[in-house]
Ligand binder design. Structure first.
Ligand code: E4P
Ligand code: PEP
Length: 354
């Protein structure tokens, strides 16, 4: 036999079926209530029926479930106080798209050492999502791999398709079948049109190949997701949260006969990955909202317990607790200050609107 197959595959391991992982970490009544009510609340915000501001806030990536749960408790502590004006959703990102190479997130490599125990990564992600939802705090996550949602999507209230995958047909098809609202980022080069096209694609039904709950390769037929929206994250060397950029995004949505629904990512290229800049971006979009730009429905913040970021050290005992291992984040103290301030601004905006 000539060597023509699997020439570069080192090994293939069978993964636990989604149903079995879900049986070992079942959705509790409390978690399911959080997910059900939060998805409905986000949909009301997207439709304009609920005038609160959606804030998707949390670490760039989760690498330490203990610190992430600590963070979740801090955020939960603010939820009741701010719930009249802000709808808080915690970023719980387990899959990281890389510009070239790097650690690809807790699901891919839960021990941060290149051992890539994906089965354990899925288990840890599901367990943490359950714990956060059981606190009564909804979660947001990026779906990077089209198989992963089968293991965790019952615990996610808001999903992102990232800047590097918005143009991908596979991701648009996947989004068309997701049960929660999905935000599409503009491209890394700032391109808006790929995200507008993605919204149009995900809105419609699709048939594609995926897996079922037993893990069998299957044909998935979807009905389309009506809750897609744009997430503006800036592009190479340029931000896109200023009034002109917002107006351009609205015009493109209008032209595509899509609802004018925008979330502004205050981090990434909108802050040139400088965490301190997120404050100014948030202030700017709240000001625009105050002045009547009702298309701005929410914001995304990259925030963790401690400001900044760290490289993953060779010796993992040297990892600093509560510090991001991917993009730099604002500290919890700054987050608390910004959320309280935003709540006041939205209170004023609601008075102006009423
Ligand atoms: O949000 C995280 C990062 O911006 C994204 O995963 C790309 O990271 P990289 O450019 O460091 O690979
Ligand atoms: C990777 C992310 O963003 P983007 O796709 O905008 O780079 C993220 O939000 O973690």
């Amino acid at each position: 036999m000539l060597p023509i197959q699997d020439l570069r595959v080192r090994s293939v391991e069978r993964l636990v079926a989604p149903r079995l992982l879900k049986e070992s970490l079942p959705l509790s009544a409390a978690a399911s209530q959080t997910v059900y009510e939060s998805r409905a609340a986000i949909q009301r915000i997207l439709s304009g029926e609920d005038k609160r501001f959606l804030v998707i806030v949390g670490p760039c990536s989760i690498h330490d479930p203990v610190a992430a749960l600590d963070y979740a408790r801090c955020l939960r502590g603010l939820q009741d106080e701010l719930k009249g004006e802000l709808f808080l959703v915690m970023r719980a990102y387990f899959e990281k798209p890389r510009t070239m190479i790097g650690w690809k997130g807790l699901i891919n490599d839960p021990f941060l050492d290149g051992s890539c125990n994906i089965q354990e990564g899925l288990r840890l992600a599901r367990k943490l999502l359950l714990q956060i939802n059981e606190l009564g705090l909804p979660t947001a996550s990026e779906f990077l791999d089209s198989i992963t949602p089968q293991y965790i999507d019952d615990l996610v209230s808001w999903a992102a398709i990232g800047a590097r995958t918005t143009e991908s047909q596979l991701h648009r098809e996947m989004a068309s079948g997701l049960s929660m609202p999905v935000g599409f980022k503009n491209g890394t080069d700032g391109s808006l049109q790929i995200a507008v096209d993605a919204l149009g694609a995900a809105l419609r039904p699709h048939s594609f190949v995926g897996i079922d709950q037993e893990g069998f390769t299957s044909v998935i037929r979807t009905s389309g997701n009506p809750w897609g929206h744009l997430v503006l994250r800036g592009g190479h060397k340029r931000s896109n949260y200023d009034p002109e950029s917002i107006q351009e995004a609205c015009m493109r949505l209008l032209k595509a006969e899509l609802p004018e629904r925008l979330i502004v990512d205050c981090s990434h290229a909108n802050s040139a990955k400088r965490p301190a800049v997120q404050e100014a971006v948030l202030g700017n979009i709240l000001e625009q909202r105050m002045r009547g730009t009702t298309a701005i429905l929410g914001a995304m913040l990259e925030s963790y317990l401690i400001e900044g970021s760290q490289k993953i050290p060779e010796d993992l005992t040297q990892l600093r607790y509560g510090v991001s291992v991917t993009d730099p984040c604002i500290s919890w103290e700054m987050t608390e200050k910004l959320l309280r301030r935003s709540s006041l601004r939205i209170q004023e905006a609601l008075l102006v609107e009423s």
